[in-house]
Design a protein around this ligand. Structure first.
Ligand code: ZN
Ligand code: ZN
Length: 477
């Protein structure tokens, strides 16, 4: 397992941990993180499920070998709770200093004495420790197979997103192509964009715009997921789609139905159109296309190794999956959509809006906001032919109204918000618990914050930060 190890923590836990480690007395303080684990080919992520704060003088006391130590009682109790709850034990303490940090000889010697036993007690694949300076972190992770690995970085999954390393890093020069935007983000911001792997679910109207924006911004990797081919009626909205992609010679109105059917089968996949757009926009982008349903277990698994998910497909099962990925695997998501609602009796337009809902681990849940309908989940679980046979959803066959400009305002806002967050430009006073909708008929923008149900199956403790220990809500094989 050569992939790098990293630690991921929510903004709330991070703020509380900083307040505990740095109360202003310039002394050393300690805590224990209990973490879930996500193993991907791209990296092993320790996901902070909760933090146990060591009380000075009771749990964290003067040491016989070093300056301070955690008491044996505190260590043992926590290790046993890790075994019970299947979480990984990571001790943390702070040193002085600002931008670089390393363990002392005494710290490392105490790991050598204690960690083999802790691996036995916790029965987990790893135990370890982190040491902090104000803007730096180093880690010493012990694996059950006897190897010992450092921490590559710690990431605070908030807005702004914060990344700490053992010592300052010098970013690569952004290059002339990105000169104008790196004047805003700096070389560091451009460097962050180049290391991102971003998934887009749904490459229709909104998703195709998000794809174009991300590729032009210089995002390093795109994972594009959509099981559909382009149709004539998509052409006014899908960025980069050509009439030829929809085989309009065969599929145009007035052609015999058998010819139109044949043409539809030959039409381009939406993911391939998006890949073409991305590669035209960027010389360096790596594109993975998935012409399949995101609910297939192996497709969903790809998402666990991404840094962010844009959900631009209007399916409640995809919402449930993405919700779970955000809170279980700490992969944040932004759901975008646009809707035109009609007055049932007259068919007149009642409201037109686009919406952007972004969720960070522990903040913002589509299920808590009642945006995942159990009835629609059941319907979506049935095959299309089953649904047709039952004729429940006759009106589902009537396509909803859709306009490129409605998609564009949501897509631009969604990407902008993400961009400012990961490049660290967002003010840390921004409330991440905030969703927004745009209503052009009333020229109105509405913001709303969300409720949270502490026992929610998507964002509550049963799933929160559990990583690989819990099954994702995909199709069952
Ligand atoms: Zn130390
Ligand atoms: Zn929830």
């Amino acid at each position: 397992m050569n992939a790098p190890w990293s630690v991921h923590i929510t903004q709330d836990d991070w703020r509380a941990l900083l307040a505990h480690l740095y109360p202003g007395d310039r002394d050393e303080h300690a805590a224990i993180l209990r973490c879930g684990l996500a193993r991907t080919p791209r990296g092993n992520r320790l996901l902070v499920h909760d933090v146990l704060y060591a009380v000075d003088g009771i749990d964290y006391v003067p040491g016989d070998r070093g300056y301070r130590k955690l008491t044996a009682d505190f260590v043992l109790q926590t290790a046993e709770s890790c075994a019970d709850d299947q979480l990984i034990y990571i001790a943390v303490h702070c040193h002085g200093g600002t931008d670089r940090v390393e363990f002392s000889e005494i710290d490392l010697a105490s790991h050598e004495r204690g960690y083999p036993a802790l691996l036995d007690i916790t029965e987990r694949p790893a135990v370890g420790a982190l040491v902090f300076a104000r803007n730096a972190v180093a880690g010493d992770i012990w694996l059950a197979d006897g190897t010992r690995v450092p921490i590559e970085h710690l990431e605070v999954q908030g807005r702004p997103r914060i990344r700490l390393h053992p010592e300052p890093r010098r970013p690569a020069h952004a290059g002339e192509a990105y000169d104008r935007q790196s004047r805003l983000f700096g070389d560091r911001g451009q460097d962050i964009l180049a290391t991102q792997r971003i998934a887009i679910i749904g490459l229709g109207g909104a998703g195709s715009l998000i794809n174009e924006y991300l590729a032009r911004l210089g995002v390093g990797e795109l994972v594009l997921i959509d099981p559909d081919r382009i149709e004539i009626s998509n052409l006014p909205r899908v960025v980069g789609a050509r009439r030829w992609d929809a085989r309009t010679l065969l599929t145009a109105e007035g052609r015999p139905e058998w010819l139109r059917q044949f043409g539809r089968r030959l039409s381009a996949r939406k993911v391939d159109i998006a890949a073409r757009v991305a590669r035209t926009a960027s010389k360096t982008v790596t594109v993975t296309t998935v012409f399949d349903d995101v609910l297939e277990p192996d497709v969903a698994q790809l998402l666990t190794a991404c840094d962010h998910i844009f959900l631009a497909a209007d399916s409640h099962s995809a919402r449930r999956l993405v919700d779970a990925l955000t809170h279980q695997y700490f992969v944040p998501n932004t759901q975008v959509g646009a809707k035109v609602s009609l007055v049932e009796s007259t068919g007149d337009v009642a409201d037109v809006f686009s919406v952007v809902r972004s969720s960070l681990p522990g903040v913002g849940c589509l299920r808590c906001a009642q945006l995942i309908s159990p009835i629609l989940l059941q319907e979506e679980a049935k095959s299309l032919s089953e649904r047709r046979r039952q004729r429940y959803l006759d009106d589902e066959e009537v396509p909803a109204p859709s306009v490129i400009t409605l998609n564009a305002i949501a897509a631009a806002h969604a990407v902008n918000d993400w961009l400012m967050g990961i490049t660290g430009l967002t003010s840390d006073l921004v409330d991440p618990d905030r969703w927004i909708s745009f209503h052009p008929l009333a020229d109105d923008i509405v913001e709303y914050s969300q409720r949270r149900d502490p026992r929610c199956p998507n964002c509550g403790p049963a799933r929160f930060a559990r990583g690989d220990a819990k099954r994702l809500p995909t199709k069952v094989r």
